[in-house]
Design a protein around this ligand. Structure first.
Ligand code: CP
Length: 316
């Protein structure tokens, strides 16, 4: 594997999930693969889980790791072509990415969307420039439109905890006070549409995701109908795709509570990628109760990242 930016970069999804679960059982079996190899993790935005889990995964494989918070510690990057750099930017992404490639065998990049210009975000300009100019294999640590390491960890979690061959999985929109990207729900939808699950998306009117990511999913504005008899409920806020980045306000009653779950899906496990705003996006009673698998899910980020890095190391 030379690029991990979406489910479309994976030849065999069930095999990758199985590999992650094998690595969970035997984390240090492939340390020879990473010996004298360097992973550079480049962050243009904050992170806790992606940063730590990917670093841990690389160390399990025997790799050296460099972490660069380029937004805080690097030179101000110019991302546009054909501009005279007489403003605040100091280094062009062409040189910056090229130089990072000289120091790295694999690069991971996190670059969030601006949520202002949909065409620019959905063309993945920044992530694609890293891929083009660094000339080494690249892993997405969350880009403008997708978060594939998160989605792989989510699928690993479902595979591990499911109690029936084809579980019902529901992605539900949740309230928030800020405009959040669509990367996590886009990516989750895209992976679930490729997995052997019965998949439903529910959100208030106005929060339709881009249909490129939801082909094959059932979609409803009726949260109660969607939640009925769910085995897994994936909670996430996102801002509107049209008008792009909008937050309409209201819909506070979309937050999951135990009362809602007791009535509609008493046996369901509740997932969230984290970070989560308690009692705004998801109730404390669920997060602190037996339904929540969010910590287990975050733990699986290590094995997802390790499976991807292992496949990349095998092709170096
Ligand atoms: N879920 C996730 O990607 O968490 P971080 O933003 O903390 O990395």
């Amino acid at each position: 594997m030379k690029l991990f930016s979406s489910v479309n970069d994976v030849k065999d999804v069930p095999a990758l999930v199985a590999e992650a679960l094998q690595l969970k059982q035997n984390p240090y079996a492939h340390q020879h693969l990473g010996k004298n190899k360097t992973l550079s993790l480049v962050f243009l935005n904050p992170s806790l889980r992606t940063r730590m889990s990917t670093q841990k995964a690389a160390m399990n494989l025997g790799m050296n790791v460099i972490v660069l918070n380029i937004d805080k510690e690097g030179w101000a990057l110019e991302l546009r072509d054909n501009v005279i750099m007489n403003g605040t930017t100091v280094e062009h992404i062409r040189e910056a990415a090229g130089v990072m490639g000289e120091y790295s065998d694999i690069i991971g990049v996190r670059s969030f969307p601006g949520l202002k210009d949909r065409e620019e975000d959905y063309s993945e300009t920044i992530f694609n420039k890293f891929v083009e100019f660094c000339k080494v294999p690249v892993v997405s640590l969350e880009s403008a439109t997708r978060h594939p390491l998160q989605s792989l960890a989510d699928l690993v979690t479902i595979e591990e905890l499911k109690t029936k061959a084809r579980p019902k999985v529901v992605l539900t929109w949740a309230p928030h006070i800020k405009a959040l990207p669509q990367a996590v729900p886009n990516s989750f939808a895209e992976w679930m549409c490729r997995a052997d699950v019965d998949f439903t998306i529910t959100h208030p009117a106005g929060y339709e995701l881009c249909t490129d990511f939801t082909k094959g999913a059932a979609i409803t504005h009726n949260q109660g109908e969607a939640l009925k008899d769910a085995d897994f409920v994936y909670v996430k806020n996102w801002s509107a795709y049209e008008p792009y980045g909008a937050v309409t306000g209201g819909n506070e009653d979309w937050m999951l509570t135990n009362a809602k779950m007791d009535t509609l899906a008493p046996a369901a496990k509740v997932m969230h990628c984290l970070p989560v705003r308690r009692d705004l996006e998801l109730s404390s009673e669920i997060l602190d109760g037996p339904r929540s698998v969010v910590i287990h899910e975050a733990g699986n980020r290590v094995w997802a990242a390790q499976a991807v890095l292992k496949q990349m190391l095998e092709t170096l």
